[in-house]
Ligand binder design. Structure first.
Ligand SMILES: [Cu+2]
Length: 174
């Protein structure tokens, strides 16, 4: 996973993923938190002990969403679960790239100011310093070929299955 960042803009980013649930959409984001560890999570963060890591449990490792790495349109955190605009894993893998993504200010990123807002410059600087974490979501735990509610609803949106939003893969953005 690589990104070229100039000023407050990602000039080019690439994500190469494999081993994913095949033929399913995968939400993917750059996560960053000023208070986060800026690393990929492990099951040690499974705070409710249910044997799987959900997206919120991973936040101490990677922080909140700062950029939505989708294929078209708005790339701010507001688009983080607009699943129709994220890449689909043909046979479990994909090669994603996109140019010219503007980085925006994001509330809740753990900075001292009002609402913990990080400015676009602060967030861009952190991504440049390899503190941004790309998280790919979507795990078909029961292997039935679709995201279902077998492991309950997503903690992020009760209308979505947990399978659609749990973290599946992760990498530090170099
Ligand atoms: Cu994410």
């Amino acid at each position: 996973m690589t990104a070229t960042v100039r000023n407050q803009r990602i000039k080019h980013i690439e994500v190469h993923a494999s081993g994913l649930t095949p033929d399913a959409p995968h939400a993917q984001h750059i996560h960053y938190g000023e208070q986060a560890l800026n690393e990929c999570p492990t099951l040690a963060l499974d705070s409710n002990g249910d044997g799987r890591l959900n997206t919120v449990e991973g936040i101490p490792a990677y922080g909140p969403v700062v950029v939505s790495l989708n294929t078209t349109g708005d790339t701010t955190p507001a688009s983080f679960l607009d699943v129709t605009r994220f890449p689909v894993s043909e046979s479990g893998s994909y090669h994603y790239s996109r140019d010219n993504i503007g980085i925006t200010k994001v509330a809740g990123t753990g900075y001292p100011g009002p609402d913990g807002t990080g400015t676009a410059k602060e967030i861009a600087d952190s991504i440049r310093e390899s503190e941004g974490v790309v998280v790919i979501h979507g795990v078909d735990y029961n292997g039935n070929g679709e995201y279902d509610f077998g492991r309950g609803a997503s903690e992020l949106d009760p209308n979505l299955p947990a399978e659609a939003t749990d973290p599946a893969a992760c990498g530090i953005l170099e």
